[in-house]
Design a binder for this molecule. Sequence first.
Ligand code: 13P
Length: 259
Amino acid sequence: MYRRPLVMGNWKLNGSQQMVTKLITELRTTLSGIQNCSVAIAPPMVYLAQARDQLVGGSGNISLAAQNVDVNLKGAFTGEIAVSMLKEIGVEYVIIGHSERRTYHHENDEVIAEKFAVLKSVGLIPVLCIGESQAENEAGQTETVCKRQLDTVLETLGVKAFENAVIAYEPVWAIGTGQSATPQQAQKTHKFIRDYIAQQDAQVAEKIIIQYGGSVNANNSAELFKQPDIDGALVGGASLEADKFIDIVKAAENAQQYQ
Ligand code: 13P
């Protein structure tokens, strides 16, 4: 089954207007010929409009992603951003369930499932992050945790909600630590995730993009992209420097399984 991989840069709380200009200019120049891989960037919310203006009308095929969204559609929710606003500004993908939001903003599986639902309701593509902590990994609970994090969406929205959605497997212990999961470790969990969805709908499972995230860099990406159930990457730190991000995109572009 052919799946077009997706390499997405999650800038997290980093950037400036100057950086948006510089990075996007470099990415657009270098990535204009990319054919086998979808590319997206998720700058902080305040830079989305600037990023959109720089991406529009160019030769590059780089999509825009947001790092968060509110569950409410409008009203008295100070500080929040609604799905309609993201859609209006040209966003295609929205990252939800990131471990940093689960930890620092106390988002639970129920809120994340609500976010998934509002995104689907306006045709935005959720990038649902799941993954176990170090302690859960050491206790052999990787699959239990991933299953639980998928179950709330599956139970409230049904498996069809995963049509035109993305899952990002990001083991928490690999995020920002320089210690990526090995390709074999990641493949094992990706296969588990795909098989688990296949139990409910084989076609949805075959098509769904499952990205790996956690210390992906230019050196380890090619091996990760050789794995049959790894469909691209969600990249943090290495997406802040054009050269490093471009190398990862090129590794996906050239990976045999994505041809
Ligand atoms: P790093 O690539 O910096 O480990 O971050 C991964 C991540 O959290 C992407 O969402």
